[in-house]
Design a protein around this ligand. Structure first.
Ligand code: NAD
Ligand code: FE2
Length: 436
C-alpha cells in the first residue's frame, strides 16, 4: 500500500497488495453457549468435538456440549489431543475423524487442540500423504486444493490466536523439529472467543501464553515489510504470512498495549476478570496480525529450544512430561533478538517498547534495541519467567546444537527484518543464555 505510510512504499517488482484472512468471530463472556446455534446455522447435523484430557471434564466443554444438544446437533468427542502435538498425534486424530462420519468440527481448547482439529479436518477433507501439505523445505509445501469442513474454534487459552489463523503447528518426531501446515483454508469458519474460560487457567499457562501473544505482536510489527518480501508472489500465490503491513501493525499495536497493562495482573490473580478478558482479546488481535504478517526469529529459534530441552517440566502442563511451553520458549529468545534487529527499523522497535508501556523518553534510534529488550525483561521477571536458556539447562556447549536445531526454521527466519545466517543465530542463542 503506497498511500498510507512511507514504510510500505511500493518497490520495483514488489507485491501490489496484501491479503488478510480471518474467521467470523464473536467475542464476549458466555459466548460458548452460542456454539449450537452457530453449528445449526452452518447446516451441521453431527460434529466431532475436539478437546484435551484435562479440559474434557471442564465446565467449558460441558457448556459447548449443552449448547450443541439444545440445538439438536449430534456430537462425538475426541479428547486424546496431545499437548504440543506431533505428527503421530495428528495421525491419530485424523483416523478418529475419518471414522466418525461428521459434517463439521468444534474445537474447545488451547492451540494444541485447535491445531489438531485443523489437521484432522484437512486430512479427512483433502486426503494426501502427510508431508504433502507440510511447510517446505521439511515437507512438500503443496497448496491445499479444495475446501475443508466447517470448524467452530473455541479457544480456552489467551495466547496462540490459533482460532484466527490458517496455521497448524506440530513436532515432526523423526526430526525432533517443530514445523507446520499453513493455508488460508485452515482458518476456522467461526471463532467463539469467550473470556470466561480464562478463570480456570493456571498462572503458568497465563504467563506462557501471554508471552506468546506478546511475541506474535512484536514479530508482526518488526517483520520484513511486505513490499520487501523475498517472495513477491501476488494474487492467489500470495503467501498467508506476507510481512508487516498496515493492518497487522494496527492490531498488533493494540495487542501490545493490553499486554503491557494487563499480562502481569492476569498472571497474578485468577479473579482479575478485567485483566484476563483483555489478554483474551489481545491474543485474538495478535493472531489476526501475525497470521497476515508472519513471525520470524523468536519463533524460529524457539523451536530449537523446545526440541532440545531435557528434563524440564512446568506446573499447569501435563504432569511428568518434559516440555517447554511454547510461549516460554519464544520469550526466552526475545530480548536477544530485539538487541540484534533494532538497527533495521529502530522506529518500529521503539513504537513496540512504547506500546508495551516502556519508557522511551529521550531514547535515540541507537537505544531502540536496548529499550525494547529492557521492557520485555521487566515483564518476564514480573511474570516469573526463567532467567534465559541457562535456567533450562542450556550452556555454551549447546550453542552449536541449538543453531543446527534452528536450521529447519529458515522459512520463518527469512521473515526477519535483516538477513541472519548460522553464525548470527549462534550469537543470538549465546545472548539469550542469561538476562539478569
Ligand atoms: N496455530 C497457530 O497459529 C499457533 C500459534 C502459536 C502457537 N501454536 C501452538 O499451540 C500450542 C500451544 O497452545 P497453548 O499455548 O494454547 O496451550 P495448550 O493447548 O498446549 O494447553 C496448555 C495447558 O493448558 C491447559 N488448559 C488449556 N485451557 C485451559 C483452561 N481454560 N483452564 C485450565 N487449563 C487449561 C491444557 O489442558 C494444557 O495442559 C503449541 O503447539 C504451539 O506451537 C499455534
Ligand atoms: Fe506462537
Amino acid at each position: 500500500m503506497a498511500c498510507c505510510h512511507a514504510d510500505f512504499a511500493a518497490l520495483e517488482g514488489s507485491d501490489r497488495g496484501f491479503t488478510v484472512g480471518m474467521p467470523t468471530f464473536t467475542f464476549g463472556p458466555g459466548v460458548l453457549a452460542e456454539a449450537g446455534d452457530n453449528a445449526a446455522a452452518l447446516g451441521l447435523r453431527r460434529v466431532a468435538l475436539f478437546t484435551d484430557r484435562t479440559l474434557a471434564a471442564s465446565e467449558h466443554v460441558a457448556k459447548v456440549k449443552a449448547s450443541l444438544a439444545s440445538a439438536g446437533i449430534d456430537h462425538v468427542v475426541y479428547d486424546e489431543v496431545v499437548i504440543e502435538p506431533t505428527d503421530r498425534s495428528f495421525h491419530d486424530a485424523t483416523r478418529f475423524a475419518r471414522e466418525s462420519d461428521v459434517d463439521g468440527y468444534v474445537s474447545v481448547g488451547g492451540g494444541s487442540v485447535i491445531d489438531t482439529c485443523k489437521a484432522a479436518n484437512l486430512y479427512t477433507s483433502q486426503p494426501a500423504e502427510f508431508m504433502t501439505y507440510v511447510n517446505a523445505p521439511i515437507g512438500a509445501g503443496q497448496r491445499v486444493p479444495g475446501a475443508v469442513k466447517p470448524h467452530i474454534a473455541c479457544p480456552t487459552t489467551a495466547g496462540t490466536g490459533s482460532e484466527t489463523t490458517g496455521i497448524a503447528i506440530f513436532t515432526l518426531t523423526s526430526m525432533n523439529a517443530k514445523t507446520g501446515i499453513i493455508s488460508r483454508r485452515l482458518i476456522p469458519t467461526i471463532a467463539l472467543v469467550d473470556p470466561d474460560v480464562t478463570r480456570t487457567l493456571p498462572a503458568n499457562v497465563v504467563a506462557s501464553t501471554g508471552f506468546d501473544c506478546m511475541s506474535h505482536a512484536l514479530e508482526s510489527i518488526t517483520a520484513r515489510l511486505y513490499p520487501r518480501r523475498l517472495n513477491p508472489a501476488q494474487g492467489i500465490g500470495r503467501p498467508v504470512s506476507q510481512g508487516a503491513n498496515p493492518f497487522s501493525d494496527a492490531l498488533a499495536t493494540q495487542a501490545l498495549t493490553s499486554v503491557g497493562q494487563f499480562l502481569v495482573r492476569a498472571v497474578n490473580d485468577a479473579a482479575d476478570t478485567e485483566a484476563r478478558t483483555e489478554m483474551m482479546y489481545a491474543a485474538m488481535l495478535a493472531g489476526v496480525a501475525f497470521n497476515a504478517a508472519g513471525c520470524h526469529l523468536p519463533h524460529g529459534l524457539s523451536y530449537a529450544v523446545s526440541g532440545l530441552v531435557k528434563d524440564w517440566q512446568v506446573k499447569g502442563y501435563p504432569e511428568g512430561k518434559t516440555l517447554v511451553p511454547h510461549g516460554m520458549a519464544v520469550v526466552l529468545n526475545n530480548p536477544s533478538v530485539w538487541r540484534h534487529t533494532a538497527f533495521a527499523h529502530p522506529e518500529r522497535h521503539l513504537k513496540c517498547a512504547r506500546a508495551l508501556g516502556g519508557s522511551t523518553s529521550g531514547a535515540t534510534h541507537a537505544d531502540a534495541g536496548e529499550v525494547l529488550a529492557g521492557r520485555v525483561v521487566e515483564l518476564m521477571r514480573a511474570a516469573g519467567m526463567p532467567n534465559g536458556l541457562t535456567a533450562l539447562g542450556f550452556e555454551e556447549a549447546h550453542l552449536d546444537a541449538l543453531a543446527t536445531g534452528a536450521e529447519p526454521q529458515y522459512r520463518v527466519i527469512k521473515n526477519a527484518p535483516i538477513d541472519v545466517g548460522r553464525d548470527e543465530i549462534r550469537r543470538l542463542f549465546r545472548a539469550a543464555l542469561r538476562y539478569w
